[in-house]
Write a protein that binds this ligand. Sequence first.
Ligand code: AMP
Ligand code: MG
Length: 399
Amino acid sequence: MLSYEEALDHLLAAAAPLTEVELIPLADLRGRFLAEALVSTVTVPPEDNSAMDGYAVRCADVLQSGVALPVAQRIPAGSIGHALAAGTAARIFTGAPIPRGADAVVMQEFCAHGADGGVIINCLPKPGMNIRRAGEDIAAGTEVLPAGTRLGAAEIGLAASIGAARLPVRRRLRVALLSTGDELAEPGQPLPPGGIYNSNRYFLRALLENLGCAVTDAGHVPDSLAETRRALRAAAECNDLIVTSGGVSVGDEDHVKPAVEADGELSLWKIAIKPGKPLAFGKVGAGGTAFIGLPGNPVSCFVTFLLFLRPYLLKRMGARTTLPVARTLVAASDWTRPDDRRSFLRARIAADGRVELYPNQGSGVLTSCAWADGLVDTPAQQTFKAGDPVRYLSFNDLQ
Ligand code: AMP
Ligand code: MG
């Protein structure tokens, strides 16, 4: 049996990043991976501007609280004032450029109306007060995002803030998804005797799409060698990766392994983790399309996606970071059944910040995955008690 790290190393070594780059508009960038570092050509903010609604003054004119000044100009955001004459104030609004000569903004809450439309400054301003300096966010020429950044809301906003309308990103990874098993019935259909509903097909699609893959659902393949070979060859035609679930054990009805071997190459790994022992990896078809076969048990399938397929996909999509960062938290439950394999237990953070385990850790109990918000990574042969430290991996970092 391979360790988790050994299997992951093999997988990542074979994950060549996509090279094709597309220029995509801001509105369509969510979840894409930046192909080159993003460097700002502009300064943000472009000039000193007001952080408050209030009055721009020269501090030298307000040497004590209660000074009255005539209001010589009004500067709303989007317009440029003129130089502030000594002994005057400018009405100014948040985001408006600071007029030349002014060195502080007094927020309007510290001002009162004076005689003849003037203002009374009821505080002692200090130079720079309530002024956002030109370039305090971004200086021109700065790298604002490194290559390989996954673009989320904040990154897209940052790109917009420097005036970039399109960004170079890797093209989407094309993934074909196949589920296997004669017992599978599709949701919406009546369940025949001996049948179970196909759940892997739907959560795998969602997990792949969360990561920004372009998914082709190649359907549900019956347990036959000929059908499995035909489906795999067809999927290999126009995809970067084929993902299957089920059929990778070594039972007579597990046809994925011989099918991949017949039309490509395959390594079948037994990995010392629970859930999820079997994982198949190889290539199919003349073009050598990558193939990954996940176990059929729904929880094993879900967990092996997060532990293996996710880092593999991220690397192929050119992501900067592929591995989640574990946190040490305190257990709220006891784990009394040591296993001979490293266990990834479905768990969630309780209101008090401690981690509780789902009571049924069976590999067919998909409820555990919906209930949980992460996994507790427990070494082989280990138990723990409530109050002990545990290693927790959040689904937020994994999905
Ligand atoms: P297999 O790996 O094909 O031997 O399947 C292992 C277990 O997972 C069996 O109980 C299957 O019925 C179940 N299983 C396989 N594929 C799916 C699927 N797509 N959805 C739900 N359960 C599945
Ligand atoms: Mg099967």
